[in-house]
Design a binder for this molecule. Structure first.
Ligand SMILES: Cc1cc2nc3c(=O)[nH]c(=O)nc-3n(C[C@H](O)[C@H](O)[C@H](O)COP(=O)(O)O)c2cc1C
Length: 211
């Protein structure tokens, strides 16, 4: 009888821990959008890439991915753009259901024009927060609106625990008719995003053979 009780308590504890992990991973704890981080043009980079032919583009709801994007842009140079929805996303818990519904319905939220000539670039770094184990649908809006044919795509994400979540494969599949090359992405946990990310980014670029 005592053994059965212990097994029951064990099962309940595992369920509670699992549910707790699930919610803690998906809830949003972000540093906040920094309005002083603006779009930029023609920056000089410190990699082997021709910075004139580089674009760093990102979507960020709460600022974590924006911070990472800015660090990457400062190192690789080129043009720097933020992807923004025409209809702003809700904040807080409301966003969880909103984003899930958007994903379930395979929606393409309308995005603001980012004012670039895509033919200028060979390499496009694309960043976003992991939402429900993959990219937010707004990234697909970007893919649908801007022609990435023949380009090298380099993804980066911030997340609450699920890492890259297969982003490279998902992008390769979505863009299979565009002859893109997708390099290994950089996942950064939101738990460390407040720390200086310059070394992490630099090491990643070295691993990719870009530094
Ligand atoms: C709608 C929603 C879904 C999320 N889903 C996941 C997830 O599946 N896996 C994960 O690790 N983090 C998930 N998160 C956490 C975010 O990826 C993380 O907080 C991220 O750093 C937020 O970036 P931002 O501040 O640039 O918006 C989710 C957050 C939200 C708002």
């Amino acid at each position: 009888m005592k053994r059965k009780l212990l097994i029951f308590i064990g099962i309940v504890a595992v369920i509670i821990a699992g549910v707790g992990y699930y919610f803690s991973q998906n809830r949003d704890t972000s540093i906040g959008i920094d309005n002083s981080i603006a779009n930029e043009d023609s920056k000089v980079g410190t990699t082997t890439l021709d910075s004139e032919r580089v674009l760093v583009v990102y979507f960020s709801q709460g600022g974590n991915t924006q911070k990472l994007a800015k660090e990457i842009s400062d190192q690789v140079g080129g043009d720097f753009r933020r992807i923004e929805p025409i209809t702003p996303y809700p904040d807080g818990d409301e966003l969880l259901d909103y984003a899930k519904t958007e994903q379930d319905n395979d929606e393409r939220p309308e995005i603001k024009d980012i004012d670039v000539d895509m033919t200028k670039y060979d390499t496009v770094f694309i960043g976003y927060p992991v939402w429900w184990y993959t990219y937010p649908q707004i990234i697909l809006s970007f893919f649908d609106n801007y022609d990435l044919s023949d380009k090298t795509i380099v993804p980066f994400v911030t997340h609450g625990g699920s890492g890259m979540s297969g982003a490279e494969e998902d992008m390769q599949t979505y863009l299979k008719d565009k002859n893109v090359t997708v390099l290994e992405g950089l996942p950064v946990s939101r738990n460390v995003i407040e720390n200086d990310q310059s070394e992490t980014v630099s090491n990643w670029l070295k691993e990719l053979g870009l530094k």
